[in-house]
Design a protein around this ligand. Structure first.
Ligand code: HEC
Length: 88
């Protein structure tokens, strides 16, 4: 019994992880890819792979230049974290 519960918990966690990864990829394509390229490798915007400050930049802005002088409109905190995981 215990073992079944453990297996089920593991499966649920795996499924949740997959979903989050998929959401990250989707939200990234929707909000970021047109400027940062399909995988964060840069286009008219710089390369943004492997950074730890992605959620803050999306949600709070704070960079000098547009569009990141302000938060990116319409991105939820959950999506911002999913995007950050996608770009790791
Ligand atoms: C309209 C084009 C555009 C969109 C859309 C956009 N960015 Fe950017 N991004 C830029 C530009 C241009 C810069 C450089 C700004 C600067 O130097 O101040 C930048 C800078 C950044 C930086 C900092 C890079 C550095 O080297 O300091 C991060 C991180 C970033 N963007 C992440 C994102 C994410 C994540 C999204 C999607 C939610 C996104 N951006 C959407 C154009 C865009």
């Amino acid at each position: 019994m215990k073992r079944t519960a453990m297996i089920l918990t593991t499966l649920a966690l795996l499924a949740a992880n997959c979903l989050a990864a998929e959401n990250g990829a989707k939200a990234y394509q929707q909000y970021c890819a047109k400027c940062h390229g399909k995988t964060g490798d840069g286009k008219m915007g710089p390369v943004i792979r492997g950074r730890s400050d992605i959620p803050e930049i999306i949600l709070r802005g704070g960079l000098k230049k547009s569009p990141h002088s302000r938060p990116i409109a319409g991105v939820t905190e959950e999506e911002a974290r999913a995007i950050a995981r996608f770009l790791k």
